[in-house]
Design a binder for this molecule. Sequence first.
Ligand code: PLP
Length: 395
Amino acid sequence: MKPNMHYGELKDSYLFYNISKKINEYLSENPGKKLYRMGIGDVSLPLCESVIKALHEGVDDQAVKEKFHGYMPECGAPFLRETIAKYYGRRGVELASDEVFVSSGASDELGDILDLFDKSNTALVIEPAYPAYVDANVMAGRKIIHLASGEYNGFLPDPDESMDADILYICSPNNPTGAVFGKEKLKKWVDFANERGAVILFDAAYEAFIEDESLPHSIFEIEGARMCAIEICSLSKTAGFTGTRLGYTVIPKTLEREGMNLNAMWVRNRTTKTNGISYILQKGGAAVFTEEGQEQIHRNIAIYKKNAKVLMAALDQLGIWYCGGKNAPYIWLKCPSGMGSWEFFDYLLQEVQVIGTPGEGFGKCGEGYFRFSTFGSPEDTERAAELLVQLLGSK
Ligand code: PLP
């Protein structure tokens, strides 16, 4: 047997593995020290009431012969596909329910969806980026173009004719920078993809955090996107499903390349490679989209937004450059005094036990930057902000 040798081309250690190694080393030298974890993007608030109620109902249904569900449809329960299609309708995006696929989360989907593309395709990744985009393509042996972005373009680059790529990753609101593509900028990418016959993989995992009315939540708000885009979404951050697992993917029936219909291909893929998502989870997921559920999840999001304000106020006071925080749960800042991003990580860990994520882990152009997540508890976030001001204010 010959293993997939491309695994040997992956970068040695994964970003979060490295971080936890450093934290464990610190704790073994300083047992019992309190840490302020503003690093990994996991949520801290529990599932909202409506979801919990629906999950309980789902469990109870499974105990009753007449309501019991066995295998679920591979592409998602019709009730949830319809609910999600209607959710898009609220923003003027008309979707048929069979253009929505229920998934077990965005990570799983970002990996699996690559089955639709030939190995000879080139992937373009706008960096800094969520590391899984690059790694999933390295594993598949695809050529990758790393498109750097920076403060000079607000971390929102435009396409240009020299980019010879077939699969284009766009994450908006962005992890890690918090930058969000406006409609005009996003239209440039849609036009570029349609001109070239490329496909955009649009990661909208953080759409629920957008508060500026003018910004698009979905790429399908852009004219022409139905001919070139796949949108991947998640309830992880929107509704606290990181440990419960549920997401959804939109593939328009109008998306075709070389005579192949990508929606039909994905139906074929799912019916071969999955046996559907648990009925109980889909019941819980549907509750997110009810009026009550929306109100409750937005109450939780508001708590994370308040954390963002606390951190942004501290950075303003310190005169440190940052972006994000407003329409995204991440704040992306420039390391002070010209420090490197791992150097700044070590400095904060040693001096004040505040943990963030070094920007370099999101691509080369992230060097010199740092990410704070706003998913921590309000108490820890407030204390972390005070500690940052004390430490960096005296520098
Ligand atoms: N996409 C982005 C940009 C993310 O930041 C994350 C998780 O942090 C995911 C996808 C994965 O989400 P899920 O929990 O649905 O797998």
